[in-house]
Design a binder for this molecule. Structure first.
Ligand SMILES: NC(=O)c1ccc[n+]([C@@H]2O[C@H](COP(=O)([O-])OP(=O)(O)OC[C@H]3O[C@@H](n4cnc5c(N)ncnc54)[C@H](OP(=O)(O)O)[C@@H]3O)[C@@H](O)[C@H]2O)c1
Length: 247
């Protein structure tokens, strides 16, 4: 049974990956941030004992990441084949995303950077030893098109844009280092398209219905992108339709 880790699996796109991979008979580690809030994972885990393993993972806590990876390593029967990091933050309560420079605040910027950029790279730092034993493994992060510097025509969303641009740069840099040492491990940044989740909900009314994907559709499309990219070059920024996005 192939084995994957889905980070940020309590809801939204992450939970969608868990459902789709369970249907495809993967063995899964799926992470929640808070022990008292497993979200949609709770019921799924009770229906798939032995196949779905919920694990605690707050990407802003490096010691916690290290401990969780050690816990996975102890249990792992086969090398990890896939890790998809679906963790992200755009807004929380009345914070984010900024419409103007006047709304920029240091603590929200730092939080966005910690969750969206540094967190996924810390996960890669500690998790990659579990991925490199597979003959063709993938570590993918859900980035966002708004993190493209060259495509930015609208402005706004300072912290989110900057954190996704930083995530892309960190992934590209790690891909160069990793491809020298571990040519079988592929690193990818994926844009999911606007998807109906809690993250996009405050803005989805402005999105034409045909451009607002269901979670199921997004996950199906991204799994196809991953399958088609497998074995190819590392360090790419790919959209939901498989096309290459400009950094
Ligand atoms: N939805 C879209 O239209 C869209 C478009 C472009 C890119 N994206 C990106 O796609 C990814 C998934 O987004 P989504 O729409 O599924 O968002 P979502 O429904 O808000 O889910 C976000 C997930 O991230 C987890 N999380 C937040 N902070 C965390 C932390 N410090 N450590 C660990 N987990 C944490 C949340 O856990 P809790 O439940 O514990 O809070 C939740 O599971 C994000 O990176 C987002 O930026 C989404």
């Amino acid at each position: 049974m192939p084995t994957a880790l889905v980070a940020g699996a309590t809801r939204g796109i992450g939970l969608g990956f868990v459902k789709a991979l369970l249907q495809r008979d993967w063995n899964l580690y799926a992470s929640y941030r808070q022990p008292d809030s497993l979200g949609g994972l709770e019921e799924l885990a009770s229906r798939h004992p032995g196949q779905l393993h919920p694990i605690a993972l707050d990407l802003t806590d490096e010691a916690g990441i290290r401990a969780t990876v050690a816990q996975i390593e102890e249990q792992l029967l086969e090398p990890l084949e896939l890790a998809v990091c679906c963790v992200g933050v755009l807004h929380k309560g009345d914070r984010g995303p900024e419409k103007s420079l006047a709304q920029l605040s240091g603590d929200w910027f730092e939080h966005s950077m910690a969750v969206n950029a540094l967190g996924p790279l810390m996960l890669l730092k500690h998790l990659h030893p579990l991925l490199v034993h597979h003959t063709s493994s993938q570590f993918a992060v859900i980035s966002a098109r708004v993190g493209s510097i060259s495509e930015n025509q609208l402005g706004g969303w300072y912290s989110y844009r900057a954190s996704k641009a930083a995530l892309n740069m960190l992934m590209k840099t790690a891909a160069i280092e990793m491809s020298r040492r571990f040519p079988h491990l592929q690193l990818l940044c994926l844009h999911p398209g606007t998807t109906a989740t809690e993250l996009s909900a405050p803005f989805s009314a402005r999105v034409p219905p045909e451009k607002l994907f269901s979670v199921d559709r997004t996950v199906r499309q991204l799994l196809q992108v991953l399958e088609e990219a497998r074995g190819g070059p590392s360090g790419r920024f790919l959209s939901w339709d498989g096309s290459e996005l400009p950094w």
